[in-house]
Design a protein around this ligand. Sequence first.
Ligand code: LLP
Length: 403
Amino acid sequence: MPYREYLLNAANKFGTPLYVYDADIILRQISYFKEAFKAFPLRIMFAMKSNSNINILKLMLKNGVGLDTVSILELQTGLQMGFSSEQIVFTPNLVDFNEIVEAVTLGADINIENLSNLEKFGKEYGSSKSCFIRLNPHIIAESKSKAVTEWHNQSKFGISLTQFDQLHKIIKKYGIIVDGIHIHSSHVIMETEIFLKGAAIIFQLAENFPHLKYIDFGGGIKVPHYSGERVVDLIELGKALKPKYDDFCRKIDKRIELWFEPGRFMVGESGTLLVQVKVLKTNGHVKFAGVDSGFSQLIRPMFYDAYHEIVNLSNPGGKQEVYTVVGNLCEIDNFAKDRFLNEIREGDILAITHAGAYGYSMASQYNSRFRPAEVMISGDKMQVIRKRDTLEDLLRNQIEINI
Ligand code: LLP
């Protein structure tokens, strides 16, 4: 059955808005990643912030992929799903040191990204526990999005190379064993060149860490947001990295394990948000297609100017016209502006594609709307993997007082 039919069936059967994931695409991405880096000792840690549905975590676990976690609750979820603590890295940002202590107790590898927590780590554990250090090598990734550029330039992530001396003073003072270094320098790795530039800096810095066993290159590998968008060729990247890696290992006389923390790469393409057009409306010269969803269910277009392809599943042969596709929240709520789409009628089902990463995981109940249900297609099976919210979910945890 063509995938379009599966999606229409899913919308029919489970209603909209609905997230649908294709498990085969996730498996394809895992295999592709392994293939690209097969020449290296490799560990892949899925960044579960991109999609934390337990069934997606299960797919990762079954296929030998570990977890990159950013909160204790992510870590605990991973452990509950059967990941061993050795398969989990804890990479939080600016958290209370108590969270780090808890993560150490739970047995995860710890990634430290500020001098304040490193100092506390040294005081608490000395050389009894090893850690990773997250460095910020200030590599600039090109991006059209103001939000991404600002995000990058804020540099709240990682220990700046300008603090390298202070970093070493703390390591020396407490005898901290640094067995891994980490970068997640840019929002999106778009080019082999940018990646190699980062790798060269990291290989050079790595020579300063005598206990080093791992280099963690983080995530940020760009994926297409519409069919045919050019993205980095990982096979080519792996090949280009190999001689540089070999030189580096020869120089330090040991083989360092390479880690990656891909999120969007693993699940971005697999996910589609299905929505139904409820109202067609023209204001001035703009033709709006109003759908039964909003940025509370997929925030990326509004928050990052992200482009997600939209397909009119109900009218694939319809004449193309220009539409602005909007959600139903009571404020500006665009999914796509001035987009050529096959003629839209009220009731049509639209697929907002490439929405598997940072879609549901960033969803909220804003405007008191239910978060969508999630469905996974695997072979011929189509199964609900999360129910739509209910009114009880909206009211849960609220306490009515006498006022
Ligand atoms: N590792 C670290 C340390 C990270 O901070 C992130 C993402 C990842 C891995 C995974 O990056 P990925 O491979 O998924 O690009 N909500 C935004 C993305 C925020 C990314 C935050 N860090 C979006 O929708 O694009």
